[in-house]
Write a protein that binds this ligand. Structure first.
Ligand code: HEC
Length: 150
């Protein structure tokens, strides 16, 4: 009797786990590991970056003085588990320092494509684009999520 009861509890537990795991996976946000920008876009972004950002953040994106690095550990520390949308808003409202919001939305996205490429996130066949709301669902994670691509 006790054994049957335990088996039933374990069965329910396993079913519950399976259901919640599926639910989490179905709702999981997209991440920047899924090829969310194109090579051409990153190349455009690089040109703007070199002109408008590199004077402070340096050509190798490692940052200088109070301008934070935009690659490697510094990048991960600052951006892990935030979204591309949040990055867009922060860069747009603060940068370039001397003229915030001074570039077009498309150009800011090109620069972000270049920053993603510089952090070894893979390119894809579609440009980084879209409504802010969708970009806020696009997560920056330091490590590649451990699940099959969709
Ligand atoms: C005149 C120097 C200067 C230029 C040009 C500049 N930055 Fe910055 N940037 C800074 C400084 C200083 C900080 C740190 C203080 C701050 O956040 O205002 C910063 C902060 C940042 C941050 C972190 C923002 C946060 O949320 O704290 C990002 C990302 C960034 N810059 C990206 C860029 C990009 C992209 C460009 C080019 C479009 C750019 N910066 C141009 C000096 C500069």
């Amino acid at each position: 009797m006790t054994r049957q009861f335990t088996a039933a509890i374990v069965g329910v537990g396993v079913a519950w786990l399976a259901i919640t795991t599926l639910a989490i996976d179905a709702n999981a946000a997209r991440t920047v590991w899924e090829g969310v920008y194109t090579e051409a876009q990153a190349t455009r972004g690089r040109a703007v970056y070199m002109q408008d950002c590199a004077p402070c953040h340096t050509e190798d994106l490692r940052g200088f003085s109070t301008a934070p690095g935009l690659v490697g550990a510094g990048f991960s520390r600052m951006w892990h588990n935030t979204s591309v949308g949040e990055m867009l808003v922060r860069i747009r409202t603060l940068m370039p320092c001397d003229r915030p919001n001074g570039l077009s939305n498309k150009t800011y996205l090109d620069i972000i494509a270049f920053i993603l490429k510089s952090n070894a996130y893979p390119p894809g066949d579609k440009e980084l684009d879209g409504e802010l709301e969708a970009l806020q669902q696009l997560l920056i994670t330091a490590a590649r999520p451990n699940r099959a691509p969709r």
